[in-house]
Design a protein around this ligand. Structure first.
Ligand SMILES: [Mn+2]
Length: 386
């Protein structure tokens, strides 16, 4: 059996101010074309189909179109809900869609009921475990604790129990949306810490031949049998060096796994540039980034005049600009709360001005700040007296 493993489409998500709908459409074109050309037996989507619980209509339309194209292709598709999806909304019509070969698994109660896909060697049992929010499903699974390891272990116990009742040699695949210990996160996943921890050991997936994971946006191999496909597109600048892809997995007669990494289309490269304003504008080494989506961090001690407008002339696709003056004397290790401790509002405001501009307020500016604070305090006192 050959199947495509993908996840974290985040339909409806944008990248800074740029809509990614066109790029997401191009990815889905690529997915359908690949499913056809590679003659796969199934497509597995491991959660975060949408970016949010109530996605924009354009994303819903795109999803609907993708489902129709996969159904037309006659390739069975198994999808689970991720932590960004509303399981209830995504699961509407799941029973009907199942008849068309699109199997949406969004209900925790269905963890132990596989989609059975036959090939020339027998049946493959595909179990879709939707993202399990520990506090919400703990009771359902009779888990001892409201943490990820406890509920996922309980869900996998149902998988193993079901599998034990099937003919010997039945191969098993699991879809799950989780953070496995040792895997690498990036900036575009939402924190799922519960009970103090967010990660589960890979051993929770023991007993199945392949675990198709979602949640982390970097493609990675935890073990031969436990993999993340990662998101098909970069959703933060922290993914500048990610190679976005899907896994094409071949499951042999005895459950042996071969996985090939297939690249997904890149709408535009990402570049994180850091340095002095003059360098970013003048250094020919940056020529290769003029067509990229750019995040620039200026390290000048003084904030330049209208830097975004100037940078946009050289980098027309610049999306983000930050200032980190390398003044050298700042204690960067101190937390925000620590740095505020024992200082007056006025001192904090003055330091804020110095931080963003590289130079503290002058005499006149200090007077403006002081006036503003006085006005606020007076206003507050008046309200209290009401
Ligand atoms: Mn995700």
């Amino acid at each position: 059996m050959r199947f495509l493993h993908t996840s974290d489409w985040h339909l409806g998500r944008s990248f800074h101010r740029v809509s990614l709908l066109g790029a997401q459409r191009a990815f889905l074109d690529h997915l359908v074309a690949t499913a056809r050309s590679e003659r796969v037996d199934a497509v597995l989507v491991a959660g975060d189909v949408y970016d949010r619980a109530v996605p924009p209509l354009s994303a819903v339309d795109l999803f609907d179109e993708a489902l129709n194209r996969l159904a037309d292709l006659g390739v069975p598709t198994v999808m689970i809900s991720g932590n960004h999806d509303s399981a209830r909304r995504l699961g509407v019509g799941a029973g009907l869609m199942g008849r068309a070969g699109i199997h949406l698994r969004t209900d925790p109660a269905g963890c132990g009921r596989p989609v059975l896909l036959p090939d020339e060697h027998g049946e493959v049992a595909v179990y879709g475990l939707p993202y399990l929010e520990p506090a919400l499903v703990r009771q359902e699974f009779g888990a001892e604790q409201a943490d990820h390891t406890a509920v996922l272990t309980a869900a996998m116990d149902r998988v193993r129990a079901d599998l034990a009742g099937r003919p010997a040699g039945t191969r098993a695949v699991v879809l799950a949306h989780a953070f496995v210990t040792g895997a690498a996160p990036c900036d575009s996943e939402r924190d799922i810490t519960a009970g103090g921890v967010q990660a589960v050991p890979a051993e929770v997936f023991d007993g199945v031949h392949y675990a198709a994971l979602g949640h982390l946006h970097g493609c990675q191999t935890v073990s031969d049998r436990v993999r993340y496909s990662g998101s098909p597109l970069a959703y933060s600048f922290s993914e500048e060096h990610h190679r976005k892809s899907m896994w094409l997995v071949t499951l042999g007669a005895d459950g042996e796994v071969t996985a090939d990494r297939l690249d997904t289309p890149v709408p535009r490269r990402l570049a994180r540039l850091r340095g002095r304003f003059d360098d970013l504008l003048g250094n020919p080494a940056h020529d290769r980034h003029t067509d990229a989506w750019v995040e620039a961090t200026l390290t000048d001690p003084y904030r330049p005049h209208e830097p975004m407008a100037a940078l946009a002339k050289r980098f027309p696709h610049i999306l983000s600009l930050a200032f980190e003056p390398d003044t050298g004397d700042e204690d960067r290790a101190a937390s925000y709360a620590q740095r505020l401790r024992g200082r007056t509002d006025g001192q904090i405001a003055e330091d804020f001005v110095a931080h963003v501009r590289g130079q503290g307020p002058d005499h006149d500016e200090r007077a403006v700040l002081s006036e503003a604070f006085d006005a606020v305090r007076a206003d507050a006192a008046r309200t209290e007296g009401d």
